[in-house]
Design a protein around this ligand. Sequence first.
Ligand code: SF4
Ligand code: SF4
Length: 307
Amino acid sequence: MATQPSAPRKTDIGPPHYEQFLHPVIKKNYGQWKYHEYLKPGVMVHVAESGDKIYSIRVGSPRLISVDVIRLFADLADKYCDGFLRFTSRNNVEFLTDKEKSIEPLIKDVEAQGYPVGGTGNAISNIIHTQGWVHCHSAATDVSGLVKATMDELYEYFVDMKLPYKLKLAAACCLNMCGAVHCSDIAILGIHRRPPKIKDEQVSRVCEIPTTVSSCPTAAIRPTTVEGKQTVKVDEDRCMFCANCYTVCPAMPIADALNDGVSLWVGGKVSNARSEPMFTKLAHPFLPNNPPRCRRVDRADWLAEVL
Ligand code: SF4
Ligand code: SF4
């Protein structure tokens, strides 16, 4: 029996209920799917017990996308899919349609705009990655540049299904691992390797000391006084280089041009569908911060450049 949309939530917090955005075929056949199969790289069909079919056309997105790109995807969805699309957890765009005849014209249009169709089955899905300097203070590397360079090398495995199994890659710009890199098959992880440097003369002017002390997950930060001014000190043996303190206290910069870099991890698994979930294991402890298209810049310089 099909799931009926629930009553509207009585709250103004959070997004509207997803049910109102489901494709009519998905809404009608919710929870009653018979099977799905890959028709070709990037194209899936889900067949319901009722015989209804819904086609998904998966497109690699640049992950950090502009309003113009969102509008482009929305216009393509309007043109070929009655306006239906979704973003996957790995930042692919999936166009959803029940009209088989829309598939090839949509693919032609998508590819003409420079976006690849693929990422299904025994392929690489889009590399999920965290935002780094675009949005976050903690980054140890320019992960967007790393991901672009990596995906350019692996492009053929996105647009085809010739791998022995599906492969998930992730990248995070610091060990807070917002991209869940610890559960991906292969992970690129930006790492700091030195504790923050404390600018004692600035701490009391730009930082709230109790907040700074409590920001440290290992209790490595203590209040102290230097030359009569309130500041903080770090027990370096306890520091795990997470950069949380720098996020709340700009007078504790942790970026280090020589000692920040990238580590590589393998063997993670987030799903428990066919095997137990697993964390990645360290494969390579450190690569210097100069991969292709990587820019190591100070946050202030970067802001000055983009503003
Ligand atoms: S992984 Fe680290 S640097 Fe990247 S967004 Fe998360 S906290 Fe920020
Ligand atoms: S980098 Fe992390 S562990 Fe080290 S002092 Fe700052 S908050 Fe604590």
